[in-house]
Design a protein around this ligand. Sequence first.
Ligand code: FCB
Length: 465
Amino acid sequence: MPDLVFPSNFIWGVATSAYQIEGAAQEDGRGESIWDRFCQQPGAIEDGSSGAVACDHYHRWREDIELMRELGVQAYRFSIAWPRILPQGFGRVNRAGIDFYQRLVDRLLEVGITPFVTLYHWDLPQTLQERGGWTARLAAEAFLEYAEVVSRHLGDRVKHWITINEPWCASLLSYQIGRHAPGYRNWYAALSASHHLLVAHGLAVPVIRSNSRGAEVGITLNLKPCYPASPSAADRDACRHFDGSFNRWFLDPLFGRRYPADIVADYQTAGYLPAGDLPFVQDQDYATIAVRTDFLGVNYYDRAVLRNTRIPEVQNEPRTVWLAPESEWTAMGWEVYPQGLFDLLARLHFEYQPPKLYITENGASYRDELDGRGEINDQQRIVFLRDHFAAAHRALTLGVPLVGYFVWSLLDNFEWDRGYTQRFGIVYVDYATQQRLPKRSAHWYREVIRTNAVPLDAVASPLSS
Ligand code: FCB
């Protein structure tokens, strides 16, 4: 089979986020974040751990850039820790925080790696949580100030900005399902949080643009293609509801269509929202949220298959659970479904027409172990990436304006409520020594980048040695 060749200007990258890799939680004036606090709650994190040390990237960033250089990655997506920049959420700027990211960016540019900066990857300053967190409009206003400060200091060098990472996780998963910080279980809080996250995005975009000439600015959503488990009307309705609450709830307002009326009605029927206008939406908000962006960032991991049955233990939406048929699963318990990436990209292109798309995250967690030769032969991850790259390539042939792909993640790291139980890296981290060891998938990815092509038949051969 011939290799799948990508367009010559296609960007291959890797991604991380601040709380998951930096550690140094109390150093150089960094303020407390909601994740520092959440990790202290008994039972919140599967292995009782926290990001206090993580990959110690705050001290090892030079080495980590060197790893990326050896891999040949063209772009690095990382996030900025808000509490390192504004320890109180707004007001006083912590110079040491700015310095850290300036050094990081300068070194990336020196070695020819393009920085893609995410402003918010979930580590809200704790002081803002005490004032309501994302349930309060104040958080969006503080975000505007934070975005202004960061883009003023980095905007001459950073030309790719992502405002918010995965507002679904930062709102529904965090304020309703309670699995992420701050761990609340309240529908109204979650929906108002989702709104304020979108407002924060909309407020920040023009400010970033004015501080960073010629920059590309966008937002990253975690999206799931949805399929009904059967053609029954009930299952199709469950699918509609899931798609509406997970995907359209964010896509529609971002693309100027306001919140989906069917989902607002579902929430009102369930009593999660009052009848009538949404109380947290102010006059200008829809215009603010629908600000023009340069790209949409997509994090894709798996699909949802919906059956309309009530199983209380796994229910996280009214009337809907997701059940997947016989399938392959990663260690995270996520289904391997590359076709979903194609379906999702095609749908975004046809229904929403974003000017450009990046896959800002895609990857997999597997039980990586050192083999007899002290190597990590993560064939499953290679096959996972190969098949997802191939799905992305098929989307390109359909005309989808996909311009880059970031593998999650450069390093094994702190996987939120799953602690250190999940290894998503293409580079293994021995947490006892902080040693980094590129896995086979890293070597494989280096070849993909070098040749700008995905080998379809050669997957087994370089690995069988
Ligand atoms: C995404 C997050 C990222 C990482 C991956 C596995 O939802 O954005 O930080 O945890 O999942």
